[in-house]
Design a protein around this ligand. Sequence first.
Ligand code: DGL
Length: 280
Amino acid sequence: MTPEHGPVGLTELPIGIFDSGMGGLTVLRALRERLPQERWLYLGDTARLPYGTKGPETVARYAVQAASHLVARGIKMLVIACNTASAVAMPRLSKEFTSLPVIGVVEAGAMAAINASKSGHIAVLATESTVRGGTYKRAIQSQRGDAQVFSQACSLFVALAEEGWIKGPLVEAVVREYLQPMLEEKKRQGLDCLVLGCTHFPLLKDTIAHVAGPGVVLVDSSETVARAVEKFLHQSNLARTSGSGDAHFLATDSAERFARIGSLFLGEPVNLQDVELVNL
Ligand code: DGL
């Protein structure tokens, strides 16, 4: 270990990042922008997506399998890009991988919402599992005790984003249907912040913002996660300080589909030769 650069060799290892599918590429996009010298190993469990409609035991088991796979390949830290896995499996992951630094998106999203909301009336849009577990609500209220948190499961948003349907009349009709109770709340309670508590929802951001109307700030946790990862790497002397970064992708189903649709989430082309099919 050198004082400035942390353990020799460790800084060169990639950062593991996983999601139930391709949605976590929205988080990877923010991470790469902030940390261009880092190397990334992204795992999308596309064969078992969605996690958001599954029970907590199943999600925790899948999350441990995904993390174990990344750890076996050699990573210096782990980012849980999946909101459902962060919400449901974080305690289990911390218990299983005691010496691995793990950062999840839920704490980051909660923090971003607290900073963005003036009224303290916050809506969280997420998957069914994330909403059921109440993790976002607890995370927000642990930082701001008087916050009123309104949660809404929007399961169909995942399918729309996976299909690449991110705008148009059909998408707007679905968004309007899901946001109706939140809009009532906005009228009654002065709700002013909406958390996109699922990796897929940033793709529908324009439509969601349009339906939510003026006076509602949309919060996407990816920027906050990227800042948290950067801070951790510097504090622990694990940042890679030379060379240009890269990304390698692992998918549990259809590398071709991952490359094709993944480009939409990542905001740049995903080359098929960089996508490896794996079995967890
Ligand atoms: N990645 C999941 C999340 O952020 C959404 C997709 C799924 O349901 O698996 O909650």
